[in-house]
Design a protein around this ligand. Structure first.
Ligand code: AMP
Ligand code: ZN
Length: 143
């Protein structure tokens, strides 16, 4: 993709602080560090987001994300790690090339917030019906 900034990083057209690279995957520091070491892991080939990426590439990307997360715990002495990916603008995706954030957490009060807040307006939802809807679609969309 000509105008994709992460394609340019993957192809070494623009510089980045690379922490890992193989034929399929690259990992580099996010220029907006939310905590020290905040890393992005990407496939070198362009896919818009996690949802449109082939299984084997998702697997390669996640294995590198896992290894970097392990290093944050073991060697950076982080107390925790968030591993997350945003899909589409509505979910906060700003660069439309699949990437996984690996965010070390040193203290709970580091300013980074990912809150799963209970929404009281949704307490009357029919959970078994929703579960069934997802399950039926999974059954019909096997690949
Ligand atoms: P997202 O909001 O999930 O799409 O995250 C995109 C991330 O890419 C943001 O955290 C940006 O700080 C980061 N980013 C954008 N441009 C660059 C760049 N040239 N090098 C490293 N990180 C970047
Ligand atoms: Zn790209």
């Amino acid at each position: 993709m000509d105008n994709c900034i992460f394609c340019k990083i993957a192809n070494h057209i623009i510089p980045s602080s690379i922490v890992y690279e193989d034929d399929y995957v690259m990992a580099f520091l996010d220029t907006s560090q939310v905590t020290k070491g905040h890393t992005l892991v990407i496939p070198k080939k362009h896919y818009d987001n996690f949802l449109s990426t082939p299984h084997d590439i998702v697997s390669r990307v996640m294995i590198v994300a896992q290894r970097i997360g392990q290093i944050f715990i073991k060697d950076f002495k982080a107390k925790g790690v968030n591993i997350l990916t945003n899909c589409y603008e509505a979910a906060g995706q700003s660069v439309m090339h699949f990437h996984v954030h690996v965010i070390p957490r040193y203290i709970a009060s580091d300013g980074f917030r990912l809150e799963f807040k209970k929404n009281d307006e949704l307490k009357s939802l029919n959970l078994p019906a929703i579960a069934n809807q997802i399950k039926e679609n999974l059954d019909h969309n096997k690949d």
